[in-house]
Design a binder for this molecule. Structure first.
Ligand code: ATP
Ligand code: MG
Length: 308
């Protein structure tokens, strides 16, 4: 289905920047150089307030979501700085996107979505039920939806073009794609990021069940890019409600999913049609969830900095 027309249409016009691409949630720009040409060494990543559920970008944005997630990523980059260098150059960005945009080094990206799982659910659970393995790694019997894994696993997938689904990759495929050395480093860093993330999140009552990170390559070394340990790239579960044996509530999209699946929405998930707009109270409660996750994790209070 490609990038949704509404996404590109809502990408703001930024003087001094060339719009390159709009994904489901983010708009990418290249800053213009003195001659007015797009720079090839920098990117402006702008997180919109768009929210997706069940693989649809919903019509209704969640106010401040882009800013909350941008600030959460920046906080994590700092927490992880001794583990891995990152792509951040500056948060000095145009007023129109202040708070939700970051200027970054434009990197050659590894062609791999680096996923790590600390708990079993989603695609990992499906593979385990079929074959007793996750990403080809044999696991003990008796695990269920939400079980904590004996150790965090690297479960990479392809970077599918926008609108297509990522496919699982075996570790051997990652080695073939990037070489054994970078593959080993990506695997090691991805699982360490999740372990470190969970050490910090545990103190704040949040479980990070799994996460996806992306790396760029600079001088043969890996640099953490994209976003990191946000509810958009990870499954955040409220720790006090964790109970293996059934799907866990998510910290951020619980109300959205619940409402969409309820009779009140009038939406039939099986129809393949786009979901209806969200009612105001669902939006407001969802916004509050994102803010709460940010505040709990970072211990900072959230006041929107950006232009309304
Ligand atoms: P969609 O979410 O629609 O499936 P997407 O994941 O490509 O598509 P976004 O997450 O909105 O969309 O866009 C971020 C894009 O920017 C990703 O393709 C990511 O690989 C790329 N990216 C992130 N950081 C960097 C960087 N430092 N250098 C180059 N590319 C980057
Ligand atoms: Mg992405």
């Amino acid at each position: 289905d490609g990038s949704p027309p509404s996404a590109a249409a809502s990408a703001p016009d930024l003087p001094g920047y060339a719009h390159l691409y709009s994904g489901k949630v983010r708009d990418l720009y290249a800053p213009l150089d003195d001659a007015g040409h797009p720079r090839t060494d920098r990117l402006l990543l702008v997180a919109s307030d768009r929210i997706s559920a069940f693989d649809f970008v919903l019509e209704t944005p969640v106010p401040d979501k882009g800013e909350v997630l941008t600030r959460m990523s920046l906080w994590w980059f700092e927490q992880l700085a001794d583990l891995v260098p990152n792509h951040v150059v500056s948060t000095d960005v145009p007023d129109a996107v202040r708070g939700r945009a970051v200027l970054v080094r434009r990197l050659d990206m590894l062609p791999v979505e680096c996923v790590a799982r600390a708990y079993l659910t989603g695609g990992g659970l499906r593979e385990y039920r079929a074959d007793g393995t996750v990403s080809g790694i044999a696991l003990p019997d008796g695990l269920t939806d939400g079980s904590r894994l004996p150790e965090p696993l690297f479960t990479p997938s392809t970077k599918a073009p926008s609108g297509q689904h990522d496919e699982p990759m075996s570790y051997a495929q990652v080695e073939a794609a990037v070489g054994p050395d970078l593959a080993a480093r990506a695997r090691d860093l991805t699982t360490r990021i999740l372990v470190r993330g969970n050490e910090l999140a545990a103190e704040r009552g949040i479980i990070i069940a799994d996460t996806k990170v992306e790396f760029g390559v600079v001088d043969g070394g890996l640099v953490l890019a994209d976003e990191v340990l946000t509810p958009d790239s990870s499954r955040f579960w409220p720790a006090e409600e964790w109970e293996p044996g059934h799907p866990q509530p998510s910290v951020d999209k619980e109300f959205v999913r619940e409402w969409l699946l309820s009779p009140a929405s009038g939406w039939d998930k099986a129809s393949g049609e786009a979901p209806p707009p969200l009612p105001d109270d669902v939006i407001e409660r969802t916004r509050a969830k994102y803010v709460e996750a940010y505040e709990r994790l970072t211990g900072r209070s959230f006041t929107a900095r950006g232009a309304a």
